[in-house]
Design a protein around this ligand. Sequence first.
Ligand SMILES: Cc1cn([C@H]2C[C@H](O)[C@@H](COP(=O)(O)OP(=O)(O)O[C@H]3O[C@@H](C)C(=O)[C@@H](O)[C@H]3O)O2)c(=O)[nH]c1=O
Length: 156
Amino acid sequence: MSAFEAVDAEGPRFEDARGWLQVLHESERCVLKRSFSKAGVFRGLHAQMTPSPQTKVIRVVSGLILDAVADLREASRPLETRELSPADGWVRIAPHYAHGFLAIEDTLFEYMCDGRYDEASEQAFAIGDELAAMGYDSPILSAKDRAAPPLRATAA
Ligand SMILES: Cc1cn([C@H]2C[C@H](O)[C@@H](COP(=O)(O)OP(=O)(O)O[C@H]3O[C@@H](C)C(=O)[C@@H](O)[C@H]3O)O2)c(=O)[nH]c1=O
């Protein structure tokens, strides 16, 4: 076998009103993805729970996002946000965070997760009130994220 083994480099692509998500490569141990989000889209917050927690390594290829994480180890689920642009390079998100982002501009985003996508273990949390308080009203959401319980309602 050649040392340069060809791998499936383009997996499925999912399009919806937010933009698209492309799986670039997936194995048992990692999944590499790219997504495009129109300005005003919010994706998340999402976290894969036991038995499939994931560390995510993320970057903005083009555009600008407000990245958001909530620490699921804390009863109060504290939310932290930070603007990320291409200049910030790769950023690591530990598995105990639920993660999401608002596209402030049209944004191309790439991320690597250690471990497979496991939809059954995923939990979604809504932060519409928190975004509105920061001046980001009526983000464009997926049906799944519209149906998610508010982050605060799930806090102890
Ligand atoms: C995330 C993902 C989705 N999909 C499919 C499921 C669905 O049909 C379509 C769109 O999925 P979602 O709506 O969950 O995509 P999206 O809202 O972009 O989900 C992502 O949000 C950001 C904030 C994250 O942190 C990521 O880990 C991931 O949860 O793509 C996969 O096949 N593999 C994957 O790894």
